[in-house]
Design a binder for this molecule. Structure first.
Ligand code: T4K
Length: 374
């Protein structure tokens, strides 16, 4: 193993100045309000609304609780069409609400749910669609919207990867009934742990806010079996600090993305996946596909990278549909998911985060190009 520093996949977040963090911690501590919708929570909701171009943001303790709450808020019951090519939290949220996932294959160009396959999978039990903007690359929101309208289905976007992504003609988060973001440490924008639901109107935000606070409407009235999904004051303050530099951080990710593309373009057997159709992508991941022409298998290249201190990740392998709690569903059959199965067997996500330095990116590229000559 090389003696150089380990390179991880997605983080070492952009750093809010340490003194600012200490100052905020003191301010929170002195105020005595540590959680339950305090002033920093309120400020972050407003600031995110402005930054994301939406009116109704509800902060959460993490994205998973956000997904579960979104399903509860929309009173979804029955079967939900979703992708097997995602982090396991997407489908787990369905099981927590006792819903049945119906896995549908992805479009290999976008890595997102294929709208035509969604249409073909709809049954009388289908209640909703839960697509993922995988790697922050937008789903075909127009096609999904028209299918949902035609069949009367709810749409909950798992937008865990999509912070800061912009479309050219409208707002990504204006699509679907609800969008759920993750602010986990490994995300483009992070509050250590955290997340948010974006609602289309004030009534839905009110409902979501009640559900994330145990179902309380006022201090003596509880209207639903809600959960504790609240973001605390320190995470909210961290979010405000992160937001100050977010555009620069996304721009830096864009430079790293371009650098990788430039250097890896033309390496035989390595496919650089499309950048998606966003007017402003967020470059949250840098997935490459290791094809059959490459001298090493995907797993051999993955191990070679590790041996050189590059801790790349095979997101999203194994497919969610292969895990024990899902693999007996008829839709989990490999024959139903040929594209997702192939991509999951070829993908590696290379390190990408704002603090990554050029010589470190060169190290990653060198391992891959040298392996291509073996
Ligand atoms: N939906 C989707 C589509 C998601 O991708 C996720 C989460 C969710 C829903 C649920 O949102 P949350 O409830 O998490 O808010 C990580 C994250 O834990 C998870 O948030 C994320 N998706 C998923 C894609 O990645 P792991 O198990 O791969 O994390 P871990 O600990 O192996 O770390 C990944 C890499 O990041 C490593 O190279 C180490 C590095 N790292 C990690 C942490 C935690 C750091 O450098 N610093 C850190 O603090 O799941």
């Amino acid at each position: 193993m090389s003696s150089a520093a380990k390179l991880l996949t997605v983080t070492r977040p952009s750093l809010p100045p340490f003194d600012d963090m200490v100052g905020l911690l003191r301010e929170i501590w002195d105020s005595g309000i540590l959680t339950n919708g305090g002033p920093f929570h309120e400020r972050l909701e407003a600031a995110l609304g402005e930054y994301l171009g939406v009116q109704h943001v509800s902060l959460f303790s993490n994205g998973t609780i956000g997904l579960i709450t979104a399903l509860q808020a929309l009173e979804v019951e029955g079967e939900v069409i979703t992708t097997p090519f995602s982090f396991v939290a997407t489908a787990h949220a369905l099981l927590w609400k006792r819903l049945t996932p119906r896995f549908v294959d992805i479009d290999p160009r976008t890595m997102n749910l294929d709208p035509e396959r969604i249409r073909a999978a709809i049954t009388p039990s289908t209640a909703a669609i839960m697509p993922v903007h995988c790697y922050g690359r937008p789903c075909d929101v127009d096609a999904i919207e028209s299918i949902a309208r035609e069949y009367g289905l709810k749409v909950i976007y798992d937008a865990a990867h999509a912070f800061g992504v912009r479309l050219s003609d409208d707002n990504l988060f204006a699509h679907g009934d609800l969008s759920v973001l993750s602010f986990h440490a490994t995300k483009v924008f992070n509050t250590f742990e955290g997340g948010a639901i974006i609602s289309p109107d004030a009534a839905m935000k009110r409902r979501v806010d009640q559900l994330k606070n145990f179902g309380f409407v006022d201090d003596v009235t509880v209207v639903a079996a809600g959960i504790n999904g609240k973001m605390n004051e320190f995470s909210s303050a961290l979010g405000l600090l992160q937001l100050r530099d977010i555009d620069a951080m996304i721009a830096r990710r864009g430079e790293i993305d371009a650098y990788y593309r430039d250097r890896l373009n033309g390496v035989p057997g390595i496919e650089l996946t499309g950048a998606g159709n966003a007017a402003r992508p967020n470059h949250s991941y840098f997935p490459i596909l290791v094809g059959p022409e490459f001298p090493l298998t995907r797993d051999e290249l993955y191990q070679r990278l590790r041996a050189n201190g590059v801790f790349a990740r095979r997101y999203f392998y194994p497919l969610i549909s292969t895990f024990g709690m899902y693999n007996e569903l008829p839709s989990a059959a490999q024959s139903n998911l040929p594209e997702a199965t192939r991509i999951a067997s070829q993908v590696i996500c290379l390190p990408i985060y704002p603090m990554l330095e050029e010589h470190e990116i060169d190290r990653v590229i060198a391992v891959i190009t040298e392996a291509s000559l073996s």
